[in-house]
Design a protein around this ligand. Sequence first.
Ligand code: F0G
Length: 400
Amino acid sequence: MVGEGRHLLKDGVRLRCVACGYVAEADPWLFLCPRCGNLMEVVMPGAGGFDWESARRRRFGVWRYRELLPLSDSVEPVTLGEGGTPLIRIARAASVRVLVKFEGANPTGSFKDRGMTVGVTIAKHLGVKGVLVASTGNTAASAAAYAARAGLKCVVMLPRGGVARGKLAQALLHGAEVLEVDGVFDNALKEVFEEAVVKGRRDLYPLNSYNPWRLEGQKTLAFEIVDELGEPPDCVVVPVGNAGNISAIWKGFRELYELGLADKLPRVVGVQAEGAAPLVKTWASRSDSLVAVEKPATVASAIRIGKPVNWLKALRAVSESRGALLAVSDEEILSSMRDLAVLEGLGVEPASAASLAGYRKAVELGVIDRNEVSVLVATGHALKDPDTISKYFSALSNDH
Ligand code: F0G
């Protein structure tokens, strides 16, 4: 381990390039492969003595799986009690074999908290002034809350006019410095990348999903599913934007399998909105490079992303798991959102409803069988995006 990372990370943790396989010493500031410039992923040294039975004596949540996370045991986490979210059967909206992992139950209302508890803990340990993120909203809300908890500054770059109201409100509430960038998320991320990676700025720690350490927290979603079901499901359906989460979830399942903590692997199905489906296009055309979407457009603002930075990791997740990538229309997203709400009592934001829309499409296409146990990841809470609810659903109730 090098530099400021000493004592922060477990012995034996490494970073490996997802493209060329180059292996580097663990370093919280290393995001790109020194040899080929691609993204790095964390390689864990082993199970560190983890076993399900003793882990289950701890609180259900991200830190139950401490041995499987790269931070040293002595590091005190910056935590708000993230993870431990419910797994809810949705027989009426889908099938008795379908469960929703309701990530809206996290402290700031989205799965991002799993990553931020790890990422902000690292930032605090590094002694930086603050953290920096580009965001479609949830990353900003989460970074702002965890930075506040850690006594750090938080700077967020948001696409002007492209962030749902609840998320912006959270970022402001927690005292983040909000900078608006013209264009879409991809433009905001480029600015963060320029500051943090190209210019090598060291006062703010960047916590977008090109940071492999943050994704380590997000892999616990897979751990919790296996913990609760006793084994991996047949399929996991995940909405995809910048493609960090699908990569992290797959990494979680793969690690359990490789460590002998699970005896099978699920298929991973990624879902994008039709107007913002760069990965679906890349997958369908079998292209070796990303087929970017210049002007991504969808009602699901969380996944309005045209150049997902983790595209290569995500394609690996889908191909290694023999899964699929599917696109759904905004109408399908909205009707799934309504069905989850009125048939199941589950309030999710539009991007999250893409998982049910994608599941339904996958069943139609024969990609998933209705008898298979499937987990749909509902990534964020309905309250994140009140304007979409008033726009599309108040009109519906007037029809009745
Ligand atoms: N669902 C929700 C509610 C999200 O906020 C995001 C991403 C995703 C799905 C997709 O996850 O990017 O890992 O593929 N939101 C990011 C943000 C981009 O800035 O909050 P991903």
